[in-house]
Design a protein. Structure first.
Length: 327
């Protein structure tokens, strides 16, 4: 069972972290409908590739400790550096039962290599601690987010009160950055958003995205004439403030569409292989979907999206009928 946000905040941070650990067994990862961010910066940190990863991790951990102070604990699990306002035992448990299964599933499905540089994962037990962590590390509050990934620092910061799906979302960014640094922004955000609500496969080795609230947002945008053409969403500015919610819903739904047709992994591989010749990924997307042009693919996607409303309505009707029958 996954605790709701209200239950988590009522019970307290200890049980909140315990809820996070449940993902050790195949289950659903879920995040509340709050904002997440992938903060892109052009400059990468200067790291000597000859320095062993273990040494890099220890250096990163020491840097975090010096900025966070004694109230925060930092432990290392190469290539991850795990920190938070929790005990060392809780951080280690969360690493083994949450971070490891998610990272293993993502790497077995999409990513060919483990990161060559440390990835910091900061786990914060509450809204207040999340704001405090951002202030201590970057002098920014970032209270509008529930989780974020900062590319330059290779750092994930998660508010655990938002649900364990936020960890999956941000780890997708971090591991994609390590394997495909030129991944188109729309696909980077779509794949990460897909994993904000997902299930482990029966063997625990894959993450399978499931439908969440973003499908309804995409449907509303489609009916309101606000859903952009695929050619626009892939090649023009993504996630501008006035349309961020719609853009995220759009690309998550597109990744769900590809997943249902068993095309998501093929698209990732081709998009990565063709990144120089096809930086937006649109041509690779059409090729994988066997669409002669973007409009044909766009039309097929919109038909699929419209069908989701019918399926959901039928499911709700059936559930309602079943409830009446039981009474």
């Amino acid at each position: 069972m996954i605790l709701t946000r209200k239950q988590i905040l009522t019970i307290g941070p200890i049980l909140l972290v315990t809820a996070c650990y449940i993902v050790a067994a195949p289950s659903r990862l879920r995040s509340n409908p709050t904002d997440v961010a992938n903060v892109s910066e052009q400059t990468e940190p200067d790291v000597d590739p000859s320095i062993p990863l273990s040494v890099q991790c220890n250096t990163t951990a020491d840097g975090l400790r010096s900025r966070l102070g004694r109230e925060w604990i930092v432990v290392t699990h190469e290539p991850f550096v795990i920190g938070g306002d929790l005990s060392a035992e809780q951080l280690n448990q969360c690493y083994h039962q949450t971070v490891v299964p998610i990272a293993r599933a993502l790497e077995s499905r999409y990513f060919e290599r483990s990161p060559r540089h440390p990835i910091s994962v900061m786990l914060c037990s509450s809204d207040e601690r999340f704001r405090q962590c951002n202030l201590l590390l970057d002098d920014q509050e970032r209270s509008q987010y529930s989780g974020l990934y900062l590319r330059k620092q290779r750092r994930v910061i998660v508010n655990l009160a938002s649900g364990e799906g936020t960890i999956a979302h941000e780890l997708t960014h971090a591991l994609a950055h390590a394997n495909f640094p030129t991944m188109p922004e729309w696909f980077d955000e779509g794949l990460a958003s897909l994993h904000e609500e997902c299930e482990f496969s029966a063997d625990g080795l894959q993450l399978i995205g499931v439908e969440n609230w973003r499908v309804g947002t995409a449907l509303d945008a489609l009916h309101g004439g606000k859903l952009r053409l695929l050619e626009d969403v892939t090649s023009k500015r993504f996630g501008a403030a006035e349309r961020a919610t719609i853009d995220y819903a759009h690309v998550r739904s597109l990744c769900l569409y590809l997943q249902e047709r068993m095309l998501l992994k093929s698209f990732y591989d081709l998009c990565r292989a063709n990144s120089k010749a096809d930086p937006t990924g649109l041509r690779s997307l059409c090729y994988v979907a066997e669409a002669p042009d973007p409009k044909t693919l766009d039309d097929a996607f919109r038909v699929w999206l419209l069908a989701r409303r019918t399926e959901n309505a039928d499911r709700a009707l059936k559930d309602n009928h079943g409830a009446r029958t039981q009474h």
